[in-house]
Design a protein around this ligand. Structure first.
Ligand code: HEM
Ligand SMILES: *[C@@H]1O[C@H](CO)[C@@H](O)[C@H](O)[C@H]1NC(C)=O
Ligand SMILES: *[C@@H]1O[C@H](CO)[C@@H](O)[C@H](O)[C@H]1NC(C)=O
Ligand SMILES: CC(=O)N[C@H]1CO[C@H](CO)[C@@H](O)[C@@H]1O
Length: 325
């Protein structure tokens, strides 16, 4: 009787563990690769010390990965035919340093624990680390993602937001990914760091509408400043800091700027212009703790988007290529 009961308990424990297999967990690699987070962090720090651009590049790469096919490192795939996700025109501006961060961290992880940690998880850890390393919120990252088997340029369009989006377009795209309007406003705060090419906002300076060339929601002196850096027919490689006041700090200045007509994209400024999202922008502008906790919570939710777990997908050996090829 005792014997049979212990078998029953063992079977039940097995079932609980078995059904949890399909979920993300903070200690997912606790047995298989206990130091994975320390290894990635060290690799990310080395990379940042070589090129600080790594920080913004890695954070943006995570977002683009998650919104297309889910957080499954599909964005990392390199195709000899130039038709993978990262080859889409919307990716034109993804900085190479984000890709390099994941490739280097994967190499460091493989040296310690071969074939157990996914590229998708390494990107999620690296994106969390870059935020904390420049003074943003620190938070625990959920793990257990598997790498995807699909990466197609043709599947990017419609899944990533554009800089001219209004609140409805932004909200509906984020809601499609199980992210609320507050998550969307908090994640947009990622634009407190990083750079944008002039072409991303030049319509606001030179061709807004038939009665006004300049977007009237832009602060006039900020518009003048942007026109100086981005004259018509500017060199397409010229970039502008997206946070006009503290471009290299992860802080709530992004929201303070919006209050003063200094959001770089329409999709930034609209968060303050629209009365529905304005109260959240005002809160984040006056209370950086509220911004930090909302940002951390939204990053965890972003990291759950369309994930493959359990036996889905694969653990890629090389982040830029499917195992089967
Ligand atoms: C809400 C809708 C969003 C829109 C319309 C948008 C659009 C853009 C655009 C057009 C750029 C400039 C690209 C370039 O010219 O090089 C950019 C840069 C950037 N975005 Fe977003 N983005 C959005 C949300 C996000 C989110 C959710 C994150 C991350 C959590 C993010 C992180 C970044 C970062 C860090 C950069 C700077 C990249 C660099 O300096 O290399 N963005 N974004
Ligand atoms: C141009 O934009 C301004 C500010 O948004 C608006 O008031 C005006 O009606 C627009 N004009 C046209 C012709 O669309
Ligand atoms: C959103 O959540 C639902 C319910 O948990 C889930 O079935 C769906 O896959 C999620 N969508 C994304 C894009 O993660
Ligand atoms: C980083 C990266 O791979 N960028 C590519 C994005 O897509 C364009 C083509 O649309 C490529 O030229 C870039 O190399």
């Amino acid at each position: 009787m005792e014997f049979r009961r212990s078998i029953l308990v063992a079977v039940m424990v097995f079932m609980v563990v078995g059904s949890g297999e399909g979920q993300l967990a903070e200690n997912f690699y606790g047995f298989a690769c206990p130091n994975v987070e320390a290894i990635v962090r060290q690799s990310v720090m080395n990379k940042i010390s070589q090129t600080p651009i790594t920080i913004a590049a890695t954070l943006r790469l995570f977002f683009h990965d998650c919104f297309v096919e889910g957080c499954d490192a599909s964005v990392m795939i390199a195709s000899p035919n130039g038709d993978a996700e990262k080859d889409s025109p919307t990716n034109l501006s993804l900085a190479g340093d984000g890709f390099d961060t994941v490739i280097k961290a994967k190499q460091a992880v493989e040296a310690a624990c071969p074939n157990v940690v996914s590229c998708a998880d390494i990107l999620a850890i690296a994106a969390r680390d870059v935020v904390a390393l420049i003074g943003g919120p620190a938070f625990n990252v959920e793990l257990g993602r598997r790498d995807g088997l699909v990466s197609m340029a043709s599947r990017v369009a419609g899944n990533l937001p554009g800089p001219t989006f209004d609140l409805n377009l932004l909200s509906s795209l984020f809601i499609k990914n199980n992210l609320s309007m507050i998550d969307m406003i908090a994640l947009s705060g990622a634009h407190t760091i990083g750079f944008a090419h002039c072409s991303m906002f030049s319509d606001r300076l030179y061709s807004f509408n038939s009665s006004s060339h300049t977007d009237p929601s832009l602060d006039p002196s900020y518009a003048q400043q942007l026109k100086r850096v981005c004259p018509p027919y500017v060199d397409p490689t010229i970039v502008v800091g997206m946070d006009a006041s503290t471009p290299t700090a992860f802080d709530n200045a992004y929201y303070k700027n919006l209050l003063h007509g200094k959001g770089l994209f329409t999709s930034d400024e609209v968060l303050f212009m629209d009365p529905i999202s304005r109260p959240t922008v005002s809160d984040f502008a006056s209370n950086s703790r509220d911004f930090f906790s909302a940002f951390a919570a939204a990053m965890v939710k972003l990291g759950r988007t369309g994930v493959k777990t359990g036996n889905d997908g694969e653990i890629r050996r090389d982040c830029t290529a499917f195992n089967s090829f």
